[in-house]
Design a protein around this ligand. Structure first.
Ligand code: SAM
Length: 235
């Protein structure tokens, strides 16, 4: 996969040199470029922002540097993701869809955001990472890159390790325990030590359902529940 990021702060993306994403880059599973669109400004002071027409507080990113930086990218992605709090909320399904693409382009905003013509002409997806306002699109882009790259084939050692993740199944994940079986008097549930895989599967499904019911009941409305699921939730 190829990822191009248009940003005023390429150095912020150094954190993607580390951990699983860093290893995926080192192995050539993903190729990332961070393009500073200030370098494309034709303004003699390399300005990239200007006052909003109609007045109001703050500055907006002007179209010229971003359009020219975008035009410098060779193969154009069918997916051009513009970061904005006014966008569609990012979720696991979007990460799964993007992980099947060959090329993604992210546009990171700053100041009060982008001139609307950048939204209208360049973006295929306008995406928010939550109902809050960040100072720029860089952290949002890193969040989305991390969530997407870990889903690429062979990036996580054990493929199953993301298939059971929260949201992949439509539910929140069940609780996990590791060794020791007892720590400071706190015991691992007996069922997990039983070696009975069918019972463990049932327990995990019920824990997922109960946790989702308590914390994110909205998710239960979006999935098809089995008869056993419904019986458990009514109990
Ligand atoms: N004036 C904008 C508004 O109220 O919708 C907020 C602009 S914000 C200060 C500057 C930039 O940060 C945005 O252009 C966007 O790239 C990024 N940003 C801020 N919050 C975000 C969020 N929740 N999700 C994604 N990007 C965000």
């Amino acid at each position: 996969m190829k990822i191009d990021v248009l940003t005023l702060f390429p150095d912020m993306f150094k954190s993607l040199d580390h951990s699983i994403v860093g290893r995926a880059r080192a192995l050539g599973q993903v190729d990332m470029s961070f393009i500073n669109f200030r370098d494309f400004s034709t303004n003699k002071h390399h300005k990239v922002d200007d006052y909003p027409y109609g007045g109001g507080a703050g500055m907006l990113l002007t179209p010229q540097p971003i359009f020219d930086a975008f035009d410098s990218i060779e193969a154009k992605s069918p997916r051009v993701i513009l970061t904005t709090p006014t966008g569609k909320p990012f979720n696991q399904q979007m990460a799964e869809e993007w992980a099947r693409e060959e090329h993604l382009i992210f546009l990171c905003g700053h100041y009060e955001g982008f001139d609307q013509r950048i939204h209208d002409e360049l973006a295929t997806d306008e995406v928010s990472i939550g109902d809050f306002v960040l100072t720029g699109g860089e952290l949002a882009t890193m969040v989305m890159i991390d969530a997407t790259v870990r889903l690429l084939p062979d990036v996580l050692g054990d493929q199953a390790s993301h298939e059971d993740d929260s949201f992949s199944t439509g539910l929140l994940e069940y609780p996990h325990y590791t060794r020791p079986a007892e720590f400071r008097g706190l015991k691992v549930p007996d069922v997990l030590l039983s070696g009975n895989h069918a019972r463990i599967e049932t327990w995990r499904r019920e824990q997922s359902l109960a946790r989702t019911y308590r914390r994110r009941p909205d998710l239960l409305e979006q999935i098809e529940l089995t008869e056993d699921d419904k019986k458990f939730l009514q109990s």
